[in-house]
Design a protein around this ligand. Structure first.
Ligand SMILES: [Zn+2]
Length: 418
């Protein structure tokens, strides 16, 4: 009797000790003062509604410090890749192309995370330069075209490098092009090849397959819009006196203009993979291009950031617009505080502007809310929407690539550092 009482007491004490340590994150997490954690001066006087919770600081640190793997290079030689939109590529076929690209000495492939349904998420680095430009494709499930565009572009680029094309060899000495061909591979596969390609039948996307409109579906396998799930300054928030934007949703997406940020920001494995990627590569970057595919427009404005960043971004948008006739939007086109934030470009531009994670808000913060002056940077980010509307039709996808000269668009963006 006595013995078991002591044992129970010891267990209870151990349990509370464990909770204490775990809650504080002390033993498991090294606090990295470079990235975090400031005591935010962020005032919340104008922010009254939070429809997605902020991120816990230990989650945040885990996300940006996670270990990634480099894909081993096979010893056999690079083979020229011929892809000209003959077919819609399955994700496994994209992986084969990635493996082949990896055989070129100018390419390095990194596995930066896994999707909800356990597909690999890759980042390819092409080039040896000190200046970095980042491309991300397919964060929205149904926007599959831009994955094929950037795969086609990378294949042609590396083919030319391998054939000793002088211009490309020189370019890749100056820059490093860093590409995520698909940051939503589950969505890619489900939209293009049917929801039966989802392995885990217990996931939201499979269980709700009869209600989901796959033609315009944006979410990941949990129904979360990765592109609203970032812990940026205004992610998951809206202001006093504002209505929540009608395109924003407070429940999982069914695929018609219902951006759902999730219950908590940074909750999705795809978001975490991107956060890691941004924190690793943005330090040397001059641009981030987020490739989407609906609407033939380019968004570049960030009202909470510096004029310099906004004009740099708008210049990138104009580069695209001059070649394609897509419409370029700047800062004036952005509505702040209606719940539409938390995007990849929000997060990326705030990281570059030296925002820090705030334990108090669970989001990034300028840490000088009273002083709205934000760091000036030579960096721009755009959301580039190709195609008139959502489509899985190969001939329409192919036509846009050639008629709008998207290869020239990507090259001009890469050369924009000059
Ligand atoms: Zn999109």
């Amino acid at each position: 009797m006595k013995f078991s009482f002591k044992l129970v007491l010891a267990l209870v004490i151990l349990f509370f000790l464990y909770l204490y340590i775990f809650k504080r994150g002390g033993i498991f997490i090294k606090i990295d003062s470079d990235n975090i954690i400031v005591d935010s001066q962020e005032s919340d006087h104008e922010i009254i509604k939070e429809f997605a919770k902020g991120m816990k600081s230990d989650n945040y640190l885990n996300a940006i410090n996670h270990k990634s793997e480099n894909l081993n290079k096979e010893n056999n030689e690079y083979q020229k890749i011929n892809y000209d939109f003959e077919k819609l590529l399955k994700y496994t076929e994209i992986e084969q192309i990635i493996n082949n690209l990896n055989k070129s000495e100018i390419v390095a492939v990194e596995l930066i995370g896994k999707s909800v349904d356990k597909r690999n998420i890759y980042s390819l680095s092409i080039g040896k330069g000190q200046k970095h430009i980042l491309f991300n494709a397919n964060i929205h499930a149904a926007e599959v075209a831009n994955t094929m565009y950037i795969v086609k572009y990378m294949a042609d680029l590396v083919n030319k490098y391998e054939a000793n094309d002088e211009k490309i060899v020189k370019l890749l000495k100056d820059v490093k092009i860093i590409v995520i061909p698909s940051s939503n591979p589950d969505g890619y596969e489900a939209c293009l090849f049917g929801v039966n390609s989802i392995n885990n039948k217990k996931l939201y996307i499979y269980e709700n397959k009869d209600n989901i409109i796959f033609k315009t579906y944006k979410g990941n396998a949990n129904g979360v819009d990765i592109n609203r799930n970032f812990p940026s300054q205004h992610g998951g928030l809206y202001y006093q006196d504002n209505e929540l934007s009608e395109v924003v949703s407070t429940k999982p997406s069914i695929g018609y203009f219902d951006y759902y940020p999730g219950e908590s920001l940074g909750s999705e494995p795809e978001t975490k993979a991107l956060m890691y990627w941004f924190n690793k590569y943005l330090k040397e970057a001059y641009a981030f291009i987020d490739l989407h595919s609906a609407g033939r427009v380019i968004y570049s404005g960030k009202p909470n950031l510096s004029d310099k960043l906004n004009s740099y971004s708008y210049n990138l948008a104009k580069i695209v617009s001059n070649i394609t006739d897509y419409e370029a939007y700047g800062k004036e086109a952005e509505d702040v505080g209606i719940g539409n934030d938390g995007t990849a470009t929000d997060y990326a531009t705030e990281i570059v502007s030296d925002f820090k994670f705030s334990e108090k808000t669970g989001r990034l913060t300028a840490n000088k809310y009273q002083n709205p002056e934000v760091k000036d940077v030579n960096f721009g980010a755009i959301t580039l929407e190709s195609l008139e509307e959502y489509t899985f039709e190969l001939s329409t996808i192919k036509k846009e690539y050639y008629n709008k000269n998207l290869a020239k668009v990507y090259t001009s963006l890469i050369e924009s550092y000059k």
